[in-house]
Design a protein around this ligand. Structure first.
Ligand code: ZN
Ligand code: ZN
Length: 260
């Protein structure tokens, strides 16, 4: 794992930039592409919004996502190439904090990123900032798996800065970062999938009521209002920004186990 850490964090600007951009790009294409093939190649019942997306929407989403991948890579390259990495809390030997911390750190990063995403997302929905930062993401009222990284370049910078902030406050092994990002991208693709995967009754389940769902984020794209969370619904429930009809909408969606 420590060898992987050194491979993930080479020295200089160009190599870290290329390694990060390639990892971001391949992961996006694999996860979004697989989801697209499974759910859109032969459309199944249960789509949250009936209409299928047009080719122009998907081409736009992939183009903005490609720019996002380059920006994410650039930020990693800048951190590595301009002497910032030694000031972060990144560490290269798992033994330094042990395996229990390694796995715990992934959970902590998910919670920290959830808070960062919720508050920056709400900020970007203020009228002054929406058009500049976040309007591009909301061009997709009927999201697809490809919408996951479809950000305006300025919003891509905001998303990348979340990661920068996290590596300054939480000691992280690069492999933990890689696992976190893979989980994050998979959840991001699910949120934009256009189909619900959790079972019927999930929105009212004692655990499920705190977990963000594709229904919740699909509503966010459809209405550009409510449901600002990423992984969880903690912040939306605490701050009163959960769609009041969320549970009814969830029940009305054709979640697995729901009679259609
Ligand atoms: Zn979205
Ligand atoms: Zn939004």
């Amino acid at each position: 794992m420590d060898d992987l850490a050194h491979a993930l964090l080479p020295q200089g600007f160009l190599r870290p930039f290329l390694v990060a951009a390639v990892i971001y790009g391949i992961r996006y294409v694999l996860l979004a592409g697989t989801a697209f093939l499974v759910w859109y190649a032969r459309p199944a019942g249960g789509k949250l919004q009936r209409a299928m997306p047009r080719g122009a929407q998907i081409r736009r989403e992939i183009a903005y996502s490609a720019i996002a991948v380059v920006i994410f890579g650039l930020v990693i390259g800048l951190i590595s190439g301009y002497g910032i990495a030694p000031h972060t809390l990144l560490y290269l030997e798992v033994a330094r904090y042990g395996w229990a911390y390694f796995w715990l750190s992934i959970l902590v990063v998910i919670l920290a990123h959830d808070a960062y995403f919720y508050w920056t997302h709400r900020l970007m929905h203020t009228p002054a900032l929406f058009r500049i930062f976040h309007g591009v993401h909301h061009l997709s009222r009927n999201p697809t798996p490809w919408t996951a990284y479809a950000f305006h370049p300025l919003e891509s910078v905001v998303q990348a800065l979340g990661l920068v902030l996290i590596i300054f406050i939480i000691p992280l092994h690069p492999a933990a970062l890689l696992i976190f990002h893979t989980i994050s991208t998979a959840i991001n693709v699910y949120g934009h999938l256009g189909y619900e995967l959790y079972p019927r009754g999930w929105a009212q389940h004692p655990l499920g009521r705190w977990i963000n769902t594709s229904v919740a984020h699909n509503t966010h794209h459809d209405q550009a209002h409510y449901n600002y969370g990423f992984y969880f619904l903690f912040w939306d429930r605490w701050m009163g920004t959960l769609d009041p009809s969320y549970e009814a909408k969830y029940r009305g969606s054709l979640a697995p186990g729901t009679a259609s």
